[in-house]
Design a binder for this molecule. Structure first.
Ligand code: NAD
Length: 306
């Protein structure tokens, strides 16, 4: 295990669990968050608090971030009180979803100060972060693989996808395009079946034993939609950002995204109607409203024989 102090900036829905797991793994962790309540929660769980990103980077050699948007990551890395202004940091590990363009820009900006940037976006949601079962998509210099894999092992499984800055981010955008598509198309299928008279719980049982199974049918719908809890823990505006970044990158690469554009529209409509901070499992609600039915658990025995 490294005896280096770890910095962690952004202890929200994902970062709070990751920072806590790093503390539990025996690391000294210094945290910063713009929200004092998030900061306070992290310090109550064993981390120590810093006053700014630069302060974190003056105490820690390895600085990790889990922040909402590409612009915020860029500012936290490169602004005058950012990581770049710290006196100790040697490595910047971005666990957020920011897209490859910003990853490349941030890597260039930090390189001038001798700080190496590594992409390490994650998949698995807050429950994966809590359990330490995230998929972590790392790209950066191979010589760092041993040290980083040992540290990141506390929060999930490390996949080393390349050396170039941005490749880990591209991997994450491909993953989230699929994840968003699963929610969008499952919404349409479940609303249709429910309106026709099928029990959505029975539908999910059938789909999950058949070829329609996906992460929405296997987890998000049974756990968050049918009980009407809508508590997966990922804000619609952040998923919209991921799909937008993916489509921008696809356009740059000259790859058509016909289905992806339709998914972007439905996620955008959900963001507008339900609110930016609504849960991604509420994407089903505009489809429900248009169709005039709700996809929810009931006491229906339809579909069950015997
Ligand atoms: P979140 O909004 O819950 O947490 C972000 C944290 O960053 C908040 O505590 C906020 O106060 C803090 N913050 C914002 N601006 C800041 C600044 N300038 N300086 C310091 N702190 C600042 O978001 P989240 O759901 O934890 O997501 C974080 C990142 O992880 C995003 O890029 C998201 O796309 C990605 N992600 C989220 C999930 C998920 O299911 N929630 C899954 C995988 C990846």
């Amino acid at each position: 295990m490294t005896d280096k102090i770890l910095g962690f900036i952004g202890v929200g829905r994902m970062g709070s669990h990751m920072a806590r797991r790093l503390v539990a793994a025996g690391h000294k962790v210094v945290v910063y968050d713009a929200d004092p309540r998030a900061l306070q929660k992290a310090t109550s769980e064993g981390a120590s608090a810093a006053h700014s990103p630069a302060d974190v980077a003056s105490q820690a050699e390895i600085v990790m971030v889990s922040l909402p948007t590409p612009d915020i990551v860029k500012a936290v890395a490169l602004a005058s009180n950012g990581v770049v202004a710290g006196s100790k940091a040697k490595m910047f590990v971005d666990l957020s979803t920011t897209g490859p363009r910003i990853a490349i820009e941030v890597a260039k900006g930090l390189e001038e100060k001798g700080i190496v940037a590594v992409d390490a976006p994650v998949s698995g949601g807050p429950s994966g972060a809590e359990k330490g079962t995230l998929a972590i998509m790392v790209s950066g210099p191979k010589r760092l693989a041993g040290e980083l894999t040992a540290i990141l092992g506390a929060i999930g499984k490390v996949f080393w996808v390349g050396e170039q800055p941005g490749l880990g981010q591209t991997m994450k955008l491909c993953n989230n395009l699929l994840s968003a598509t699963a929610i969008a198309i499952t919404s349409e299928a479940l609303v249709m079946g429910t309106k026709a008279g099928l029990d959505p719980a029975v539908m999910l049982d059938v789909i999950n034993a058949g070829s329609g199974r996906n992460t929405a049918t296997a987890d998000k719908f049974p756990r968050c939609v049918l009980p009407r809890k809508f508590d997966f823990g990922f804000a619609t505006e952040l998923l919209y950002k991921d799909v937008r970044l993916c489509l921008e990158e696809a356009e740059r690469l000259g790859v058509p995204m016909i289905v992806g554009n339709a998914v972007r529209q439905l996620v955008g409509i959900a963001k507008a109607l339900n609110g930016a901070d609504s849960d991604i499992t509420q994407i089903v609600q505009p489809v429900e409203q248009w169709a005039g039915v709700e996809v929810k658990s009931g006491d229906s025995k339809r579909g069950k024989l015997g």
